[in-house]
Design a protein around this ligand. Structure first.
Ligand SMILES: [Zn+2]
Length: 226
């Protein structure tokens, strides 16, 4: 018997573990009676196909929507593997559209790092994950929103909320109130594109406020526990 690599939080929520060796992030699956939302598209077609295979094995589940938490390559490069609508915050969508026009082959990527428009860490991880990127297709989002949108998946709701922050100004979180679960994406990380890597009160404090507005019950519960 094959063991699924999908971790289970509840009957309706699963996640694929991250892999730091090639910067594969967590991918989420929220399964409702009327449909299934996948959180982030993976850092390559192979990463996306792994998730799809694990979902099929779990119970023949297919995604009905894919939500991008922000524009960084490791969250969007698998987008073309999905045949369901791709949802993103409008700033994410704009940047992904521009990324789809770029050439990602080694020599061009190296030139972008030399010019300072890409960072060495991402170049190293992109090359490690996908040695051959000549066939890479990045699919721009189909549905966009600015502040917040809610997806009703039947017996479970997904609140997609723009929170911004130091890591990426377009970051969203995905809150599932019925389960008291939130997918944070990379929202709580520092900015990796500018040195020194650090938090700023200018961006961190509004991020905390935005998270509070999006999921007060979780924060209250945590505060009361202490
Ligand atoms: Zn990121």
């Amino acid at each position: 018997m094959t063991i699924s690599r999908l971790n289970t939080i509840s009957e309706r929520i699963h996640w694929l573990s991250p892999d730091g060796t090639t910067d594969r992030p967590v991918l989420g699956v929220i399964q409702g009676r009327k449909g299934t939302l996948v959180v982030d598209a993976g850092n390559s077609p192979a990463h996306a196909r792994l998730l799809l295979a694990e979902m099929a094995q779990l119970g023949n589940i297919r995604p009905n929507y894919i939500a991008l938490t922000h524009w960084h390559w490791d969250h969007v490069f698998g987008s073309a593997e999905f045949d369901a609508p791709l949802i993103a915050q409008c700033e994410t969508a704009q940047i992904v559209k521009e990324m789809a026009q770029l050439d990602w082959r080694d020599e061009v990527l190296d030139a972008r790092v030399a010019a300072g428009t890409e960072i060495d860490f991402c170049r190293t991880m992109i090359k490690a994950e996908m040695a051959d990127r000549s066939e890479l297709v990045i699919r721009p989002p189909d549905i966009t929103f600015t502040q917040e949108m809610t997806l009703d998946l039947g017996d479970v709701t997904c609140v997609l909320r723009h929170v911004g922050g130091d890591h990426s100004a377009d970051s969203i979180i995905i809150y599932i109130p019925e389960e008291k679960v939130v997918f944070l994406g990379d929202a709580l990380y520092v900015d990796i594109y500018n040195e020194p890597r650090r938090y700023t009160t200018r961006k961190l404090f509004p991020l905390i406020d935005a998270c509070w507005r999006a999921m007060p019950s979780i924060i209250c519960w945590d505060t009361m526990k202490k």
